[in-house]
Design a protein around this ligand. Sequence first.
Ligand code: KIV
Ligand code: ZN
Length: 523
Amino acid sequence: MDRVLIFDTTLRDGEQTPGVALNAEEKVQIARQLARLGVDVIEAGFPAASPGDWEAVRRVATEVQGPVIAALARATPGDIERAWEALRGSPRPRIHTFLATSDIHLKYKLQMSREEVLERVREMVAYARNLCDDVEFSPEDASRSDPEFLYRVIEAAIRAGATTINIPDTVGYALPEEFGALIRGILEHVPGTERVVISAHCHNDLGLATANSLAAIQAGARQVECTINGIGERAGNASLEEIVMALYTRRKVLRVTTGIRFAEIYRTSRMVASYTGVSVQPNKAIVGANAFAHESGIHQDGVLKNPLTYEIMDPKLIGLDRSMLVLGKHSGRHALRKRLEEMGYQLTSEELERVFASFKALADRKKEVTEADLEALISDEISQVTEGYHLEHVQVCCGNMIPTATIRIRGPEGQAITETAIGNGPVDAVYQAITRVVGLPNRLVEFSVKAVTGGLDAVGEVTIRIEMEDGNGHPRVFSGYGASTDIIVASARAYMSALNKALTARRVAALELLPSLSPVAAA
Ligand code: KIV
Ligand code: ZN
C-alpha cells in the first residue's frame, strides 16, 4: 500500500486559532509528542510573524529529532531568510513558502497581476531552494483559483525547485468531489508532478475538511496537512486523528497507510487541548469525551455482547485506556522520571523537581495516580511560565458569607507579596487578589473546570481565557491552564499562567517592534 505523509501544522495554522498563543517551551513539548505520534513533518511556526515565533521554531528545529521541521514564509526574501535562520539547526529542515493565486486575492489583497505572481513564485521558490534542499510551495486559495492559471503557477514552482506542492482549500469552500477533481487535474495537466509530492491542506468552514482531504488522497495526493483536534483559523483545519483513523478503519477501500502510532493519539489530543486552552467538543470524532460512549440501552446491550455491534474502532487503539495505576506514594524521582520518559516527556532537573513535589502531594491525597493525572501535572508545570509572578499560597473563606481570599505571590524580583480581596465567589475573590498584585486589567471570557478522572479525589483542571490590551493597543486573548486536587488552587494557577503569558507578550511588544504582516512585504 502507498504511504501518505502526515504534515502536522498544529504549531502554525493550529496556533492561528483565535486566542491561542503557545510559548516556546509549550511548542517544544508538543513537537516532541508529535514526533512520538509519528508525524512525518512538523510545521513549527511562521518565523517572520514575531520574534517569539522565530525563537520557538529555532528551538523545535534544534531540539526535536525525527520528523522534517518546516517553517512558513511569505514569498519574500526577508521571510524566507528568517525561516531559514530559524530552521538551519534541524537535520531535516523544510522552507514552506506561499503566494495566493485566486483572482480575488490577486485583485484585493496582493494587487498583483497574474504575470507578476508567476514571476514572484519562480524567483522565491528558487531563492528558498538555494538555501534549503526541501522546499514546499502553496498556491494560497488554490481551490478558488482559475485551474489553468494554477497549473502554470505549479509548473513554475516545480521548475524552480519545489519538492512538495501543497494545494490549500484556504477558505474551506470546496466540495469533496471538486477537490478530488482539482488534485486529479493537477496530476494530469502539470508537467513534472511525478517528481514532487502533491499535498492537500483543507479548512473546515463547511465541516468538509476531513472529507476533502480523503478525496485528495483518493485522487493521488500523498501528503495531507492537518492539526490535532482540528484546531486552526476560523472553523479549523482538517483533523489529524479523523484522517488517520479513517485511513486505517477503511483501509480496504482507501488502500494507503501512514506512519502514525495510533496509541499516541489520545494523549496528543489531551496535551494540545490543555496547552492551547481549546477544549475538545464532547461529540468530536475519535477524541471527544462521547466518541466511544453508548447512551441508549439497546446500544449498551449490543456493545456488551460484542463491541463490533456499535463500535467501528477499538478505543484502546487510540490510547484510550489510561485508567491504570502508574505510580504510588512510595515511588521515587527515578521511577517518576522513567515513567514520564515512557510517556514522552523530557523535563529539565528543575521541572522534574517541581513535578515530583506535586506528584508527592497528589499521591498523599489520592489513592491511585494515573497517567491522566501525571499529564495534568505536567501540563500545569509547563503552563506556569518561569519568568514573571509565582503563586505560593492561596487561602479562601467561603460559604454563606462574603467570600474572601488571601494569596501570597513571589514577584519577578523574588519579593513575596501578600494580598487579600473579597469577591462574588471564591474564584472571583482569588482573581481580584491576584489582579491587585500583578496589575493587568482584563476580562475573563471563558472559564471551564473539569475532573481529569472519576472519583471525589480526582484532579481538577481549569482552563481559562482572558482578554486584555496587548501592549500595542489591540485586544488579545490569553489562555491559561492549572491543575490541582483543589479546584480553587487550579483556578488560581490557570489565572497566573494566563497573566504571565500576557506579561511576556507585552515585554516582547515593548522591546521589539513586530514586523507588520503585509500579504507580500516588500523584499
Ligand atoms: O490555508 C492556507 O492557505 C494556508 C497556507 C499558508 C498553506 O495555511
Ligand atoms: Zn491554512
